[in-house]
Design a protein around this ligand. Structure first.
Ligand SMILES: *Cc1c(COP(=O)(O)O)cnc(C)c1O
Length: 418
């Protein structure tokens, strides 16, 4: 059962016609399916039911408060990478004891806020960060629980921009430096080694890099136990891919059984940090065709959403399926689907066989629930789109479309120029 489907030639999200959402809130608009998010979360989380685990949704994939609240209610934890995400996660109702804090560049402010909030642990990415964490914990007299993020040097075979577990990437600590770093914390009463962590990349569509990484993590974990560290958590990060086009990523069941197999005989709580796999295929970006034109060599479909609203095609040459909201049975053309932004990189599809839409028609850019709105900007002074969440036959505005006043609300003209 797919929750974005045609009924009588018209695209619906669950039981709501997309048209109805557009009539009320205009375009471009992000539309999310609550049922899809819930189902993805449940399928993922229950794939690990035979072992102790905590599924910490990776907030950066889609941090809308409503989606966070939905997942918090389902019992998920949160994986955050900034104080902004901590603020959101707490507002949405995630218990601090289910929050892990990742990221290569945490500031003093961020560490203080997270310590005071009482999060489960910091995933520490450098020796500098570890010593800063110790200093701040001491000054606040709050014990900091941490895991070191190992860089296992495995190739996730994904786009270079979202590959994070290779030596040449900025993330984590080289394997050979991990044990000495834990040993350095042994006598520090303000640092408690609670786990070991890695995250090797995003949009992985094969199991083997995950297995390579967890084998290395297991070896380190056991060595740390033998050195007397009382670790309890092994955090394997996120990264499970989704089908955007023809990809056939592993199912959560296949992913979990491969991981669980590698953990036989170890007593620990596994932490998972899925992002894309929970929300990616639970959202679409709906846009209206402004114009169509041909420059003799090529056809262009110019839409009212731009790279500022959804940057994945421009940034990663990512593929998104694009379908008409009204099924125009039959007629197609080959065209570039482009936005209004003044950059040639502003496109959603190139040389795509697509329904022969005309000015005024609506298109849905599929699989836009992860790394969509969260990566949006105001480039070209474009107010960011609205976000709508559907639940059955109801729909809710979960973020208002920005206004022109929003665009300038933080700016000031010096008195000199007035
Ligand atoms: C981005 C990120 C994730 C989530 O990655 P997905 O590919 O969306 O599952 C998990 N953990 C960390 C540390 C990340 O940076």
């Amino acid at each position: 059962m797919h929750y974005f489907a045609y009924h009588a030639g018209e695209l619906y999200c669950e039981e709501v016609p997309i048209r109805e959402i557009v009539e009320k809130f205009g375009t471009p608009v992000y539309v999310y399916s609550g049922k899809t998010i819930r189902r993805h979360y449940k399928v993922f989380d229950s794939a690990f039911k035979e072992i102790d685990h905590l599924t910490c949704y990776s907030v950066k994939a889609n941090s809308n408060l409503a989606i966070l609240a939905l997942l918090a209610r389902e019992g998920a934890g949160a994986d955050i990478v900034s104080k902004g995400e901590l603020y959101r996660a707490l507002k949405a109702g995630f218990p601090p004891q289910k929050i892990v804090f990742s990221g290569v560049g945490k500031t003093v402010d961020e560490i203080e806020m997270a310590l005071k909030a009482g999060i489960l642990m910091f995933n520490v990415e450098s020796l500098d960060e570890l010593s800063l964490l110790g200093d701040i914990a001491k000054s606040l007299k709050i014990k900091a629980s941490f895991a070191l993020r190992a860089n296992p040097n495995v190739d996730p075979k994904t786009h270079p921009y979202i590959s994070t577990g290779l030596r040449k990437n900025k993330f984590g600590i080289p394997e050979e430096d991990i044990i000495p770093a834990y040993l350095k914390t042994k006598d520090n009463p303000y640092l408690e080694a609670l786990g070991l962590d890695a995250h090797i990349g995003s949009q992985l569509i094969t199991i083997s890099p995950f297995v390579d990484a967890i084998k290395r993590l297991r070896a380190l974990y056991e060595e740390l136990l033998s050195l007397g560290f009382n670790l309890k958590y092994l955090d394997v990060g996120g990264g499970l891919g989704i089908p955007y086009d023809q990809e056939e990523p592993p199912l959560p069941e296949e992913y979990s059984s491969a991981l669980i197999r590698e953990l036989k005989g170890l007593e620990l709580t596994l932490i998972l940090e899925p992002g894309r796999v929970i929300v990616g295929n639970a959202g679409v970006l709906v846009t209206r065709v402004l114009f169509t034109k041909s420059n003799r060599e090529k056809n262009f479909i110019i839409v009212d959403a731009g790279m500022n609203d959804l940057i994945r095609p421009s940034l990663y040459q990512a593929y998104h399926r694009i379908i008409p909201v009204y099924d125009r049975d039959g007629e197609t053309l080959i065209a570039d689907v482009v936005g209004p932004v003044c950059e040639s990189g502003d496109f959603f599809a190139k040389d795509r066989k697509i329904s022969a839409v005309k000015a005024g028609d609506l298109l849905a850019i599929m699989s836009a629930g992860a790394y969509g709105f969260v990566m949006s900007s105001n480039y070209n002074s474009r107010p960011r789109p609205a976000e709508v969440l559907v639940e059955g036959d109801q729909f809710f505005l979960v973020r208002k479309r920005e206004t022109l006043d929003d665009l300038i609300s933080h700016e000031e003209i010096p008195a000199l120029y007035l």
